[in-house]
Design a protein around this ligand. Structure first.
Ligand code: 5GP
Length: 179
């Protein structure tokens, strides 16, 4: 495992290694198994970033479940605020179902709050949120995050599904931009 990597023009250093990630992913899965004992859930991983975390997490899940991936479409430049989003790919009927959204990283929480707002229109019985990473210093929303893997500093992160300009998603460990 490399302690320092370069992706395009930026240097990153090791923040969380593969072993630590595995341990925390298993811990979260066990919490979900306990909290939803004898229940059924629909997992909704958010693409692209959450694909690796979701794949590892759900292999530890023992409760009855379905998985349906979602992508957020961004329309850049339609409003002065920047991005208006829409959900793409919701093929599963979530009405009256218990839903767990799987995110890779929550920064300010803007994306998450918008996403939940859009998902609520499909009238699920309940929505909970799991994120592998949370940038606590930047998180400004009241929205509760039910399961958090790691609290991380507010610097750019890559690896384990997270990209920089599309690259570095394949890395098994998590890296943070060097100061
Ligand atoms: P928020 O809306 O919470 O500010 O930002 C959330 C989204 O921004 C994430 O879903 C992710 O796509 C992107 N993001 C935020 N911080 C990082 C980071 O450190 N690394 C990467 N690769 N993406 C990030």
């Amino acid at each position: 495992m490399l302690s320092e990597i370069k992706v395009i023009d930026k240097k990153f250093e090791l923040l969380i290694n593969e072993k630590e990630i595995k341990k925390v992913v298993k811990k979260i899965a066990n919490q979900i198994n306990r909290d939803y004992k004898n229940e059924e859930v629909i997992f909704i991983p958010i693409l692209n970033g959450a694909f690796i975390f979701a794949a590892d997490l759900i292999r530890h899940i023992k409760i009855k479940n379905k998985i349906t991936f979602l992508k957020l479409q961004s329309y850049i430049g339609e409003r002065s605020s920047g991005k208006v989003r829409k959900l793409i790919g919701l093929t599963e009927d979530i009405k009256n179902k218990k839903v767990i959204v799987i995110e890779d990283i929550v920064d300010t929480g803007e994306t998450l709050v918008k996403l939940l707002e859009l998902l609520k229109k499909y009238e699920p019985a309940e929505i909970k949120v799991v994120t592998l990473l949370l940038k606590t210093e930047n998180y400004i929303k009241k929205q509760k995050i039910d399961y958090i893997g790691f609290k991380v500093p507010s610097r750019y992160i890559v690896g384990y599904g997270l990209d920089y300009s599309g690259y570095a998603r394949n890395l098994s460990s998590i890296y943070i931009e060097k100061l």
